[in-house]
Design a protein around this ligand. Structure first.
Ligand code: GAR
Length: 210
């Protein structure tokens, strides 16, 4: 995945609330050169104890914590927006960030916020998507990387990866196999967006022919 050369690396701001395996996969893609011309400018969490934050510190990346509990959404988001701007972030990547963004946040980074969701949207938005899909009895499951808009799990889809649901699966094994796909999908989607070689037509993300 190679990007058009620019003056400086394309800068990611990662937002997470938990273990941060998607963040770690992105960091690993950058480290191994699978994702070129991209760097992580800052890792931000709304949860001080998030495992992903500890991993970011181990990797020597800039981190910031803005605890969201008990704060008004707009005030909390204003702090996060200021931090992302201070770190000159080009693209915000939600990686298990379990908090809805305010309209002001979405407007501050138009078509510059990605989210990963562990289902093939528009099926199974919201929490515990893998369990929802398993309980529904789907035969194909997967993950979606999409731009964030003002609605939950709703914006323009950048890419999806699908896997078959096996007879032997339970919700846990299915979630694990979806997570493996997430780890591939997110870096691929970031490379596509960072390349700038796309158009958004209505709800469709269309790659430009090089
Ligand atoms: C991932 O499965 C991600 O798709 C999901 O949270 C998990 C975070 O894992 N996000 C959502 O459900 C958002 N609606 P991670 O912290 O190991 O990356």
């Amino acid at each position: 995945m190679e990007l058009a050369s620019t003056d400086r690396p394309y800068r990611l701001g990662i937002l997470l609330s938990g273990r941060g395996s998607n963040f770690a996969a992105i960091a690993e893609s950058i480290r191994t050169g699978r994702l070129k011309g991209v760097e992580i400018a800052v890792v931000v969490s709304n949860v001080a104890e998030a495992g992903g934050l500890a991993r970011a510190r181990e990797l020597g990346l800039p981190t910031a914590v803005f605890v969201s509990k008990g704060r008004k959404r707009a005030e909390h988001d204003a702090d996060v927006i200021a931090c992302l701007r201070e770190h000159q972030v080009d693209l915000v990547c939600l990686a298990g960030y379990m908090r809805l963004l305010s309209q002001e946040f979405v407007a501050a980074f138009p078509h510059r916020i990605l989210n990963i969701h562990p289902a093939l949207l528009p099926a199974f938005p919201g929490l515990e998507a893998q369990q929802q899909a398993f309980d529904y009895g789907v035969k194909v499951a997967g993950c979606t990387v999409h731009f964030v808009d003002e609605h939950l799990d709703h914006g323009v889809i950048v890419l999806q990866r699908a896997i078959p649901v096996e007879e032997t699966d339970d919700a846990h094994s299915l979630a694990e196999r979806i997570l493996d796909e997430e780890h591939l999908a997110y870096s691929e989607a970031i490379a596509l967006v960072a390349s700038g070689e796309y158009e958004i037509r209505g709800r469709r993300f269309v790659k430009r022919n090089r």
